[in-house]
Every structure is written in C-alpha cells, then in structure tokens.
Design a protein around this ligand. Structure first.
Ligand SMILES: Cc1ncc(COP(=O)(O)OP(=O)(O)O)c(N)n1
Ligand SMILES: Cc1ncsc1CCOP(=O)(O)O
Length: 446
C-alpha cells in the first residue's frame, strides 16, 4: 500500500524557481505530498522577464504522464503552462484515460507580461482541457478571456465563474480576486450550482508564482482527500502567507514563499524547546541579584523575514521573578507574551538579523563594569534624549533606544542599557544569536 499521497503537475519550468513546476513541487512538498511532473515547456525566466521558451514535443509530454500514472499512481493533478495547441490535445487525450481530479490553472500571461499560451491555443484549451476540469482557477484577466466578459466587481466575477462552468463543462470555477480593487482579495467559487466566497486581506509582498502555487495547493489537498471547498480554504491561507513572507530576490516581481507554511511551525517548535531549556538553566543559576523590580523576560524570535510583530517572538509568560533565594519563571514559554523585550529584539534584528535572543537584567554600574571587564561590548541610550514625536507614539521608545544605542557603538554591542526615567526602572538588555549564547554572556557577568 502506498502511504504517501501523490500529485502531478503538467506545466512549464521557470528557471527563476518562482512559478511553473518549481513552484508546484515546492507547494506539494509543503503539504507532505510526493510531487510528480510532466514538463510541457522550458522557459528561461527570472523575476523581470521570459527570454526564451522551448516547448517539449507533445508525445514526450504525454509519455511523462503515462510513465508516472502507470507506475506510481496519481491522486490529483494540475495543469499550468500548456504553451501550444498540440501539447493541449496530447495532454487532454492522455488525462481523459484516468480518473484523478484535475485542477486547471489556465496560464496565459506571465506577471512580467510574456505570453505563455499561444493566442491560437486558447480555443484548444477551452475545447479539450476545460471539460475535463474538476476546477478551473482563472485570475481576472484569464476569466475575462474565457468568459468574454469584463470583470470589475465581485458580482462580475460571480457571473463569469458561472458562465465559464456552464459553457465549458468544467465542474467548478474559481475566479480569483487579487486583481480586483478593494482591500480584500475575494475569490468567487461556482460549484454545484452555488457560489462561495473566499476572502483574505490583500497583503504587501511577493506575487510571482501566486497562480501556480494556489492551484498546486488545492491539488495537493485534493490528493490528501479534502473536499474541494476545504482544499480551496487551505490553499487561500497558504497563498496569503506565501505572499506576505516572500523573499525579496531579483529586480522584478519577487516569488511567493512556499516554505513559510512548514518553516514557521518548525522554527516555532525549535524556538520553544531551546528557550524553555535556557529558562530552566537560568532558574538553576539562581541569579537573584540580576532580577529587576519589574522582573526579567527572556526572548527568542523567529528569523527574518518571519519576524514581523511581537507575536513572532517567544518569551516567558508572566516573566521570571525573584522567589525567596531563587528565581522562577511564572509561566511557560509562549509566542506573543513579551512586549518590551520583544520590541527590543525586533529593533536589534533590523541591524543584526542573526541576533534573535535577549534577556533583561537589573541595571547597576557594577554589572556594566563587570560586563566590560569580561570583554562584552556595551552601549546605552538616554530616555531624556527621546524626541517628542517618539515619546508620543505608543511602543516606539524601545525601538528608538535600541537604534540610538546601536548607532552610537563602533562595534555590535552585546549589551544595551538605559538609566531609566520617571516611573521607568533602569535596565540592561543582553543580546545573543540564540538563548544559549545569551546565557553564556549572563554567566560571564555572574
Ligand atoms: C513556466 C511558467 N508557468 C506559469 C507561469 C505563470 O505563473 P503564475 O503563478 O500565474 O505567476 P505569474 O507569472 O503571474 O507571476 C510562469 N510565469 N511561468
Ligand atoms: C520593562 C522592561 N523594559 C525592558 S525589558 C522589560 C521587562 C520585560 O518586559 P516584557 O515582558 O514586556 O518583555
């Protein structure tokens, strides 16, 4: 019995790794599905343009499909760039022999503007491929082409989805709303005679490969046995995260990040384990004289580009406090429970992205001197110098202070302190790449 689910992508290759089969395979992997490929065309492509296209002979495309279906088996498949009418006919003739669900992304034009489907092949796509589709996933422009309608509103998208399904025989159509105006990306699904909307806030980020990755995510989830509507729901969350966390590479449209879906939970688990262990060791050290009146927190952030807000930083819930002659973490390690120290580490990471952990300890001249004697680099900020516009902005003091102290120092400071203000206890913050490194610095001071 085959334990892993499989998904097949019948699509073109994008040498930039942002769209096409490269995006599809990364997406399949993100969902734990084994990816299979039938390459239709090789493109020389990057984030700015498509500079060459070499189509694979139709019989070789068909043979790739046959080879994997008959040996390994396919739980769901998708099509992407099909390039020309001959490839379309060969794909249709092969795919209709099998009964896996088929998601059709009617790729026509790359984000950079290059045509990826010959003008004369649109009719072949409509005639041969769409009738076989479990779902068709056009964006606004592709839906306009397929329906012959202008689409400006969600209402237009509903009419177009219904028209495409009724005229082509596709079982379901989802018209994606990313190109429509408004603060939400609203996708409209027409399925079994009814409509369903999927909405997510339009996020700033990287959009190259969105169409490919979205349809691949639906395919992977169909392969895993989800119903169509649930598979789309998961894919919508996946693509929203992928756009928001895209890596800023290249000079044009940067690619969606398919790894974020698995990398963030995996990193969070590692952070939780490492920080919990370090907090336990800190408690064992019983450094009562290092705990300030407000208590100590110990934080560890997700790496960039995932570290965006304090929700992305783990800390100790309720802080670490003095308890007789010992110190005690009040609660467990959790994300989003530190405010001050989380802001400090996020500000520090803007200068030193690898330094993701920090602890705050009581200020005294003696501790600062001891740290210097041990070779640690020290810098500071003075809250009395804080500009009025920073003072007036909620939560802006600490980022301003860290930036000021970092810029004041010649070398990267291990420690930043401030001498307090009215109602503000003076404080020392110790930074490190990870909690282990922070603890080593604490030990040097002890
Ligand atoms: C080889 C290849 N296939 C498809 C596309 C288009 O992909 P899409 O996900 O729609 O992304 P954009 O090009 O719109 O960013 C492609 N570019 N290359
Ligand atoms: C008050 C204060 N100022 C800098 S760190 C700190 C204590 C820890 O605060 P938080 O638990 O909000 O990170």
């Amino acid at each position: 019995m085959r334990l892993v689910k499989t998904a097949l992508t019948i699509a073109g290759s994008d040498s930039g790794g942002g769209a096409g089969i490269e995006a599809d395979l990364k997406t399949f992997t993100a969902f734990g599905v084994h990816g299979l490929v039938a390459i239709t065309s090789v493109t020389a492509q990057n984030t700015t343009s498509v500079t060459a296209i070499h189509d694979i002979p139709p019989e070789v495309v068909a043979e790739q499909i046959r080879a994997v279906v008959e040996d390994i088996g396919v739980d769901a498949a998708k099509t992407g760039m099909l390039s020309n009418a001959e490839i379309i006919k060969a794909v249709a003739k092969t795919v209709e022999k099998y009964d896996f669900p088929l998601v059709v992304d009617p790729v026509m034009i790359a984000k950079s503007g290059a045509p990826l489907l010959r003008e004369d092949a649109v009719d072949a796509l409509v005639k041969y491929i769409l009738p076989l589709a479990t779902l068709v996933t056009p964006n606004r422009f592709e839906a306009e082409k397929l329906s012959g309608m202008e689409i400006k509103t969600v209402e237009d998208a509903r009419r177009a989805a219904k028209k495409i399904a009724e005229e082509t025989g596709a079982k379901a159509v989802i018209v994606k709303g990313g190109h429509l105006s408004g603060e939400y990306a609203i996708d409209v699904l027409y399925h079994n005679g009814t409509f369903k909307e999927y909405r997510a806030p339009k996020v700033e980020g990287c959009t190259h490969g969105t169409g490919c990755s979205f349809s691949a995510a639906i395919t992977a989830n169909l392969a895993k046995g989800l119903g169509l509507e649930d598979a789309i729901g998961v894919a919508k969350k996946f693509i929203t995260l992928g756009i928001a966390t895209g890596h800023r590479i290249g000079h044009g449209h940067c690619p969606v990040n398919q790894s974020a879906w698995i990398e963030i939970p995996a990193e969070k688990w590692r952070i939780y384990k490492e920080l919990s262990e370090a907090v336990r060791k800190f408690e064992e050290m019983s450094p009562v004289h290092l705990i300030p009146e407000v208590g100590t927190n110990f934080v560890y952030s997700l790496p960039l580009p995932y570290a965006r807000t304090i929700e992305d930083v783990a800390g100790v819930k309720g802080r670490i406090v003095k308890y007789g002659n010992s110190v005690k973490a009040v609660g467990p390690v959790e994300f989003g429970v530190s405010d001050h120290l989380a802001r400090a580490v996020l500000a520090y990471m803007r200068f030193y992205p690898e330094y993701r952990s920090a602890i705050n300890v009581r200020y005294s001249e003696e501790i600062v001197e001891l740290a210097k004697e041990q070779g640690l680099k020290v810098s500071f900020y003075d809250r009395r110098e804080e500009p009025i516009e920073v003072k007036e902005k909620e939560g802006a003091t600490i980022p301003w202070g860290i930036e000021t102290a970092v810029k004041r120092a010649k070398n990267r400071p291990d420690i930043i302190y401030h001498l307090g203000d009215i109602g503000k206890e003076p404080m020392i913050i110790i930074f490190g790449k990870n909690p282990r490194e922070v603890l080593e610095k604490v030990r040097l001071i002890l």
